[in-house]
Design a protein around this ligand. Structure first.
Ligand code: AMP
Ligand code: MG
Length: 289
């Protein structure tokens, strides 16, 4: 470790900025009540515009790429990234911008919609567990098991005593994953009500975006406060040491991308995956003609 706290592994992959216990920004501290009203969706640190973060975002993407290569080669640990947000919150855009350049072989995105008849016939965690990442892989959940305490709660799809019990079941599930080497990292992309209005309107106004609009989005928007309350309970009950939640200010897409990329890179750095040792003496081997 050098004076400035930065470190370079022997393979040249930067492992600087390994987070301390109080890092990073925006983590919901386990045991503390998450209060979305106190977190400004417009926050951008000292950055003012997209151009200001371009280099830093690229640096964080490269950290992710280098660390993912080691995670894959090591084939011992995995990372599950959960993305949740209000409609138009930017889950798709985050995936596109943060994971561009990541080797697709080591990475899988799973998107969860309304459960199928078969999925409904199983316990609620079944479809999520099936999609959990294998060792060496990064799994990205675009929506997740949290829908079962969000939309399911807001829409009253199961009785309260059923969804209330799910916080504990979710914590147990995530603890099992992390005990078995699969780190769980969860992001709530936090937009304001006004920003959602702008984004929905622009989906309507732009013919190339119209396919993303569903009339149901307007109905869901009417439940804004109920969803915010459901999110606050999920963040409060399920931000744990082994599977923390991060509330990412997400009105500015470029800042959201930076925060998510940085937090993923820092988490991978903490996992600190290693290339497996090579066979002895390989450096002397010459391939015969
Ligand atoms: P989208 O992500 O826009 O394609 O929409 C997917 C839809 O599936 C959203 O309206 C979600 O609320 C819904 N959905 C996802 N998971 C569940 C679930 N477990 N139960 C009911 N609806 C769900
Ligand atoms: Mg939608």
């Amino acid at each position: 470790m050098s004076d400035n706290g930065h470190e370079k592994a022997s393979n040249g992959v930067a492992v600087e900025d390994v987070p301390g216990r109080d890092y990073p920004l925006y983590r919901v501290e386990p045991g503390e009540r998450a209060s979305l009203g106190t977190i400004d969706p417009d926050e951008t640190e000292h950055y003012r515009k997209k151009k200001d973060v371009a280099r830093e975002l690229e640096r964080q993407r490269r950290r992710i790429q280098g660390l993912q290569a080691r995670l894959y080669a090591e084939n011992e640990r995995g990372l599950l990234i959960v993305l949740q947000a209000m409609d138009t919150g930017g889950k798709d855009g985050t995936i596109k911008h943060v994971f561009s350049g990541v080797n697709p072989q080591g990475c899988r995105v799973s998107s969860f919609k309304k459960p199928s008849a078969e999925e409904t016939n199983h316990d609620f965690l079944w479809r999520y567990h099936k999609s959990a990442p294998a060792r060496g892989r990064i799994g990205i959940f675009n929506r997740s098991h949290y829908e079962d305490v969000l939309v399911v709660r807001v829409k009253g799809l199961v009785p309260e005593e059923v969804w209330r019990e799910r916080y504990r079941q979710i914590n147990d599930f995530e603890r099992n994953l992390s005990n078995d080497g699969i780190t769980v990292l969860k992001f709530f992309l936090h937009i304001s009500r006004d920003e959602q209005k702008r984004r929905l309107q622009s989906r309507l106004d732009n013919p190339d975006k119209r396919w993303k609009f569903s009339s149901a989005d307007i109905k869901e928007r009417a439940f804004w406060d109920d969803y915010q309350a459901a999110f606050e309970d999920a963040l409060t009950n399920c931000s744990t040491q082994h599977a923390p939640w991060y509330v990412v200010p997400a009105n500015k897409k470029w800042y959201r991308n930076l925060v998510v990329a940085r937090t993923i890179a820092d988490t991978l750095a903490t996992i600190d995956p290693q290339f497996p040792p090579a066979e002895e003496g390989l450096e002397r081997v010459k391939i015969p003609d």
